[in-house]
Design a binder for this molecule. Structure first.
Ligand SMILES: NC(=O)c1ccc[n+]([C@@H]2O[C@H](COP(=O)([O-])OP(=O)(O)OC[C@H]3O[C@@H](n4cnc5c(N)ncnc54)[C@H](OP(=O)(O)O)[C@@H]3O)[C@@H](O)[C@H]2O)c1
Length: 261
């Protein structure tokens, strides 16, 4: 039987980009989907564009309001009676010099990208452990593997996320729940457009790297392969992924090149 057949999969950040592309791919696999994000109309649009919308439910939520996470998890669990896979994908970018960036922007990044993400996991894990099965995939970023100018809060939030899951994975190594991380490189979505500037307003412009990034539907296909695999950490992208080993082995040269470009 296909890996996903009959499973209930909860996707956050499902109203656009990676989450939308994944929902559309999974919808044809005989699964039950729960789609979450803030924008209800966009979630309704994604649902209507999926095959078998009758197997899809919508659960709007704002990851910044993560003290409500237990209510969202209870509601998601009750929707189809259990959750087999959570794709913990919802997130937001930031772009601007660290010293100019309002602390409220930095806190917002962490509330959404880190605390919102782990709150879902912390409330869902006991249910999965009791059920004796489950899988949680966190979407981090290669930006969480090294620091770069104008991305301090974003890189820090994704680096924290990756290390959290790496630690949790070790704590639950003998449990029936599979924990995984995917670190995308440049994927063609609205993530830069939606990124926050130092004053908290939206960027509203895209970057060439994002424009030329891997198409979201190609990424979603590779993400499904990562979910099926037993690998803890998977990197998905194009040649920008080389930055990760380059930084790890030759950090001095890495930053010399970054400064030049
Ligand atoms: N694209 C890339 O190159 C890239 C690279 C590395 C990592 N990533 C990560 O991939 C994930 C998906 O991003 P994307 O590229 O698909 O960008 P995107 O098109 O901007 O999608 C972001 C998604 O997250 C949701 N979201 C944002 N803030 C939220 C909040 N407060 N509460 C709930 N949902 C929220 C958005 O929905 P609403 O606005 O409707 O809430 C949207 O569905 C993010 O975690 C991002 O950091 C992307």
């Amino acid at each position: 039987m296909e890996y996903f057949t009959g499973k209930t999969i909860w996707i956050t950040g499902a109203s656009s980009g990676i989450g939308e592309a994944l929902a559309k791919k999974l919808a044809s696999q005989n699964v039950q989907l729960i789609l979450s994000a803030r924008r209800l109309e966009e979630l309704e649009r994604v649902k209507s564009e999926c095959t078998h919308p009758e197997n899809i439910r919508i659960l709007p939520l704002d990851l910044e309001q993560n003290s409500q996470a237990h209510e969202w998890v209870d509601a998601a669990w009750k929707t189809f009676g259990s959750i087999d896979i959570l794709v913990n994908n919802g997130g937001i970018g930031q772009f601007g010099n660290a010293l100019e960036t309002d602390e409220r922007v930095e806190r917002k990044l962490f509330e959404i990208n880190y605390f919102g993400n782990i709150a879902l996991t912390k409330h869902l894990l006991p249910k999965m452990l009791e059920a004796g099965k489950g899988q949680i995939m966190a979407i981090s970023s290669i930006a969480g593997k090294f620091g770069q100018p104008k991305l301090a809060a974003y890189s820090a939030s994704k680096g924290a996320l990756t290390l959290y899951y790496e630690s949790l994975k070790e704590e639950l190594i003998n449990s029936p729940v599979k924990l995984q991380v995917v670190s995308p490189g440049f994927i063609k979505t609205s993530v830069t457009l939606n990124s926050l500037k130092p004053d908290g307003s939206k960027m509203n412009t895209n970057s060439p790297a994002q424009e030329n990034g891997m198409p979201a539907d190609v990424f979603a296909e590779k993400l499904m392969k990562a979910i099926r695999s037993s690998k803890f950490h998977t990197y998905i992208g194009n040649k920008e992924l080389l930055a990760v080993p380059f930084h790890a082995v030759l950090p001095g040269l890495f930053y010399k090149l970054i400064r030049k470009n």
